[in-house]
Design a protein around this ligand. Structure first.
Ligand SMILES: [Ca+2]
Length: 346
């Protein structure tokens, strides 16, 4: 029995060799059978049209246009709802269609140019006030922000201070013998002496700062959202707020402001429209369509968007300009049928 087992064990290596050889032969035959040209891949990237390739290659979902709350039909090229720190080197010929989405009961007024004045085309206008025959203007951009006093007829800057480079200047408002200037994202406001531009005080606020004006008792400021904030002019404490709506839809990107004849005029950032807002209800009572104010010759150098509304309450004159615009316009508001209209359009 033991001898028989040994014999069987001795024979085992030979059998193993035979099995290995057999398997190797089979593998060789299979290999030969598959030695033709490689089969065409059925689903490789190179077989897919380039557009599809890009989709396949991207780990991200397709880009979705930002959802905008403004009832103004926003141009498809609309950038995100932040203020670019750099001037756009192209005309604001983002042709903004008429705000047809707004309820038809909201009139759209146009304007007639009464006078054209020079404007410092290096001024990235963020705040504009007319008082006692001259402009106060606040400008933006990091490292270029200023507060300045400007002659209406010549556009000459006769007094100016520069903000520290870390501040991006925004809206300004005069209040008694002071000037208040907002900053974009710093949450810091500056209070100056109106005559000397001496910095008297600073204060803080929790939102972005865009535009600011006053109604005689309260400061009214915008922060880029549809909300207008009302502040105590002595303490800068918020005493109320209202959401701006055109019909049912909120109007976002309220920018430079001017309180005129009981209404708040607001530039709508990156459009050529001004919204006229009832500050009690937040409702837009009219639009002013300002498309086409600048002529082709004005685009020889970069200009940016319409921004800056000022009102000569004594003379009943309405002024508008834009960031880096070479001109400032005195305009008259016309009703939708082209007839002279009240400054508030209706
Ligand atoms: Ca203003």
């Amino acid at each position: 029995m033991r001898g028989s087992l040994l014999a069987r064990h001795a024979a085992f290596p030979n059998r193993l060799c035979c099995v290995v050889l057999l398997l190797a032969s089979v593998a060789l035959l299979v290999s030969c059978a598959n030695s033709g040209p490689p089969a065409e891949p059925t689903n490789t990237v190179s077989a897919v049209p380039s557009a599809t390739r890009a989709t396949l290659a991207s780990p991200f979902p397709p880009t979705v246009p930002p959802t905008l709350e403004s009832p103004l039909p926003t141009p498809t090229l609309a950038p995100p709802t932040v203020e670019s720190p750099l001037p756009t080197p192209t005309p604001p010929a983002v042709e903004t269609p008429a705000p047809t989405a707004a309820p038809s009961s909201i009139p759209i007024c146009t304007v007639r140019i009464v006078n054209t004045f020079p404007h410092d085309r290096a001024a990235y206008t963020q705040g504009l006030v007319f008082e006692d025959g001259e402009f106060y203007e606040g400008t933006g951009l990091y490292g270029q922000s200023t507060l300045r006093r400007v002659v209406l007829e010549s556009g000459e800057v006769v007094q100016a201070i520069s903000l520290s480079p870390e501040y991006f200047g925004e809206g300004i408002v005069t209040w008694q013998d002071r000037i208040v200037q907002l900053t974009w994202k710093s949450g810091v406001g500056f209070v100056y002496d109106k005559g000397s531009f001496e910095l008297l005080d600073t204060f803080s606020y929790p939102t972005e700062g865009w535009g600011i004006t006053h109604d005689g008792t309260r400061l009214i400021m915008s922060d880029g959202t549809p909300v207008l904030h009302f502040w105590d002019p002595a303490t800068f404490a918020e005493v109320g707020s209202v959401e701006v709506r055109a019909g049912a839809g909120p109007v976002t990107r309220l920018n430079e402001l001017e309180y005129i004849e009981g209404k708040v005029f607001a530039n709508i950032y990156q459009t050529d429209y001004i919204a006229i807002v009832d500050p009690d209800t937040g409702q837009v009572t009219a639009w002013i369509d300002l498309r086409g104010l600048l002529g082709p010759e004005d685009y020889a150098e970069p200009v940016d968007v319409l921004n800056g509304i000022a009102y000569d309450a004594k003379g009943g004159r309405l002024f508008v300009t834009g960031k880096l615009w070479p001109k400032l316009f005195e305009i008259e508001v016309l009703s939708p049928d082209g007839a002279p209209a009240p400054v508030t359009c209706r």
